[in-house]
Design a protein around this ligand. Structure first.
Ligand code: UFG
Length: 327
C-alpha cells in the first residue's frame, strides 16, 4: 500500500480529512505551501512544504514516494476576493491543479479526489440542487472549480484519471476534541465570524444583505460539519481504491438555514448575545444553496453523524475558546 498524497492537508478542511485518514491507518503525505495552513494542524503523516504550481517540487515528491491516490484541497477559497482578484484564483486553482494533474499523469497516479464546491451551481434553478443541475458559476472562485471538474471529466474519458469530485456546501465546525479547527486569522465564514464575535475577538459582525428573496431576506445555506465531510472523503477514497468509476457528489445535509437563523443558533450555542449589524449585500453571494445529497448516501453509503446546527456551532465555539493555537 502506497501513500495518500493530500495537497492542502494543513488547511482547515484538509487537516480534518488527514485526521480521519490517520485514524483509519492510511499512510499520509501532506503537501502544503503553508500560505494559509499550519504545521500544527497536521496530526498524522508527514508534511512536505511545497506549492502545487511548483512542478519541480511535485516531481521530487512523486519520484521519491509511491502514491496510490491524491486528495486535492489546496486552493484559494474566498469568494469576494475571487471577484476582486480573479487572476490569483485562476493561476492557483486552475493553473496549480493542471500542473498537479500533469505531474500525476506522468507518474502514473490515476486516483484523484477533488475539492469542488457548490459555487459551481451559481444561482440554482431548483433547491435542493442535484448534481445534474447546470453549472453556471457567478464568481471566479466557482468558475475555477467548474473548470477543474471539466478537465477531470475529459481526463477520465481519455482513461488517464479516475476521480471523485466532492461539491462542498458550507463547511463548518471543528474536531469535537478541539485539536484542530479554522486556523486562519482572517477567516470570513459565517459560523467562524459568529463564534469569534461571541468570544470577543471582534467587536461586532455584519449580516451581508437582508433583501434577498428568502423567508427572512438573508441568504440560506446548507451547513455541513467538517467531520461528516471528512467521512465522505474516506468513502470516496475507498471507492476509488476499489476501482470505482469517476463520479461527482454533493456534500451537504439537504436543509438550509438563513444567516439570521445561524446568528440566533450561535447566540444560543455560545450563550453570548453578540452584536450584529445589517450591511449591504456581499458581491458574488447566491440567495440560497441547499444540497440534494441523496447520491452520496446511495452510492457511497454516507451517513452523517453531526447533522445538528447547535452541535456544529458548539464544536467551532469549543475550538475558538479552548483549542485554538494562535501564532
Ligand atoms: N455572511 C454574513 N456575515 C459574515 C459572513 C458571512 O452575513 O460575516 C453571510 C454571507 O453573505 C453568506 C452566508 O453568510 O450569505 C454564508 O457565507 P460564508 O462566507 O460562510 O460562505 P459562502 O456561502 O460564501 O461560501 C461557502 C464556501 C465557498 C463555497 C460557497 C458556495 O466557503 O467555498 O459556500 O457558495 F464556494
Amino acid at each position: 500500500m502506497g501513500k495518500i498524497l493530500v495537497t492542502g492537508g494543513a488547511g482547515y478542511i484538509g487537516s480534518h480529512v488527514v485526521k480521519a485518514l490517520g485514524e483509519k491507518g492510511y499512510d499520509i503525505l501532506v503537501y502544503d505551501n503553508l500560505s494559509t495552513g499550519h504545521e500544527w494542524a497536521v496530526l498524522h503523516g508527514d508534511l512536505v512544504v511545497g506549492d502545487i504550481r511548483d512542478r519541480g517540487r511535485l516531481d521530487q515528491v512523486l519520484d521519491k514516494y509511491e502514491v496510490d491516490a491524491v486528495m486535492h484541497f489546496a486552493a484559494h477559497i474566498v469568494v469576494p476576493e475571487s471577484v476582486q482578484e480573479p487572476l490569483k484564483y485562476y493561476m492557483n486553482n486552475v493553473g496549480g491543479s493542471l500542473t498537479l494533474l500533469q505531474a500525476l499523469q506522468e507518474h502514473g497516479v490515476d486516483k484523484f479526489i477533488f475539492s469542488s464546491s457548490a459555487a459551481v451551481y451559481g444561482i440554482p434553478e431548483e433547491i435542493p440542487v442535484r448534481e445534474s443541475a447546470p453549472l453556471q458559476a457567478i464568481n471566479p472562485y466557482g468558475e475555477t472549480k467548474a473548470m477543474v471538474e471539466k478537465v477531470l471529466e475529459d481526463m477520465a474519458y481519455a482513461g488517464s484519471m479516475n476521480y471523485v469530485a466532492l461539491r462542498y456546501f458550507n463547511v463548518a465546525g471543528a474536531d469535537p476534541e478541539g485539536r484542530i479547527g479554522e486556523g486562519k486569522e482572517d477567516a470570513t465564514h459565517l459560523i467562524t465570524m459568529c463564534v469569534r464575535t461571541a468570544a470577543g475577538l471582534r467587536p461586532e459582525m455584519s449580516i451581508f444583505g437582508d433583501d434577498y428573496p428568502t423567508s427572512d431576506g438573508t441568504c440560506v445555506r446548507d451547513y455541513i460539519h467538517v467531520e461528516d465531510l471528512a467521512e465522505a472523503h474516506i468513502l470516496a477514497l475507498q471507492y476509488l481504491l476499489q476501482n470505482g468509476e469517476s463520479q461527482v457528489f454533493n456534500c451537504g445535509y439537504g436543509r438550509g438555514f438563513s444567516v439570521l437563523e445561524v446568528v440566533e443558533a450561535a447566540r444560543k450555542a455560545t450563550g453570548v448575545d453578540f452584536p450584529v449589524r445589517m450591511a449591504p449585500r456581499r458581491e458574488g453571494d447566491p440567495p440560497a444553496l441547499v444540497a440534494d445529497s441523496s447520491k452520496l448516501q446511495s452510492h457511497l453509503g454516507w451517513r452523517p453523524q453531526h447533522d445538528d446546527l447547535q452541535h456544529i456551532i458548539a464544536t467551532a465555539w469549543n475550538w475558538e475558546t479552548r483549542g485554538r493555537t494562535r501564532e
